[in-house]
Design a protein around this ligand. Sequence first.
Ligand SMILES: [Zn+2]
Length: 124
Amino acid sequence: MADRIEFSRKTKAAIIARAAGKCEACEAVLKPGEGEVDHILPCALGGEPTVANGRLICRVCHAEKTANDIRRIRKADRARDKATGAIAPKQKLKSAGFPVSEKAARRTPKPSLPYRPLYREEQP
Ligand SMILES: [Zn+2]
């Protein structure tokens, strides 16, 4: 998994300016210094630390969002592990097998031919 990349100070400042003192999720009014800059698409799922992928949200919205993100990240981890064979399937595929026909069951096996060498050594 890629390392988490935080927003730069410049990006953070731009996001805070865009929010204009409100939570960008629930529109609650935030005091100066309040609010947290959130990755809309989490880093672990390929989100980048850009102004477009960031938003200023209140503490309540952020806690909710983070819990959801963790669920999504775990799900993505499990899907990747399954796809790459990192975890074994829970059980082997089971086949009913091919039905043996009556005719095949009655058939006597073919007699095997006597042993024959694949090559002969040349006589001098
Ligand atoms: Zn909020």
